[in-house]
Ligand binder design. Structure first.
Ligand SMILES: [Zn+2]
Length: 245
């Protein structure tokens, strides 16, 4: 079946993502500048402590960059249409982590002016930092317009089976990854809620793992069984006609 609802990041999500990407790039640049300083000034027996301090600072900056970058990708996902560009956009954190530590690791181990003990300690710390940064940089479940679109359409289809074809849900504006069929579901009672289609739920809440609330699902299944001859499920019957498509 053709995917009819194509995911589109909201202007708000796009603005937030641009901001996160900018901060991520700044954090990575400062981390790499720190690495250059460490390479030029700190690979000596006498400055071992400072070298380790520098590695820790570079690690923190790299991880901040990696997390912001991933968050941005999940707010405003890249397209998979170009596989190479998609790989770089999704895994840039891992690439930057290698850049931030691999040259330093190599130069620690090949430095002729430091003794074996310094090499061992500094080298081990730098390798651990490289791995820690690398793991936070890899996106194991990268977001893409195509993946979001596919999930939204699959979820819309299964929702419609529960609600006699009505694609109308509720979600809490502030938090939570679930959307609800019933406005009076106790999970969203007395909370600020938004409403619309499943696609709008995904787009408006700026999260990437939308799913139907289990309580609403069970209730809809029960109501469907008990009133299979009625055309509209109780509780969603008061939806304006134009949204019932
Ligand atoms: Zn619910």
């Amino acid at each position: 079946m053709a995917d009819s609802n194509i995911f589109q990041a909201t202007p708000e999500a796009k603005a937030k993502a641009s901001q996160f990407r900018l901060f991520a790039i700044l954090a990575w640049l400062i981390a790499i500048a720190g690495e250059v300083v460490a390479i030029l000034k700190l690979i000596h027996n006498e400055t071992l402590t400072w070298l380790i301090v520098a590695i820790v600072v570079i690690l923190i900056l790299t991880i901040i960059g990696n997390l912001l970058w991933k968050k941005a990708n999940h707010l405003y996902p890249p397209s998979e249409s170009n596989k190479v560009s998609f790989f770089f956009k999704s895994q840039l954190g891992a690439i930057m982590s290698v850049l931030a530590f691999l040259p330093l690791v190599i130069l620690i181990f090949t430095n002729k002016n430091v003794d074996g003990k310094t090499k061992g300690i500094a080298g081990a710390v730098a390798i651990v930092a490289l791995l820690a940064a690398g793991i936070t940089g890899v996106d194991f479940n990268p977001a893409s317009v195509e993946r979001y679109t596919k999930e939204i359409n699959a979820q819309t289809d299964s929702l419609k089976q529960l609600t006699n074809g009505i694609d109308h849900v509720y979600w809490t504006v502030k938090a939570g990854s679930k959307y609800h069929i019933y406005k009076d579901c106790h999970h969203i009672k007395n909370r600020e809620i938004g409403e619309g289609t499943v696609k709008q739920a995904w787009e408006n809440r700026h999260i990437d793992n939308g799913e139907l609330c289990e309580t609403c699902k069970t209730r809809a299944e029960k109501e469907k069984l008990s009133s299979s001859d009625e055309s509209v499920v109780d509780g969603v019957a008061n939806i304006p006609v134009d949204s019932v498509r």
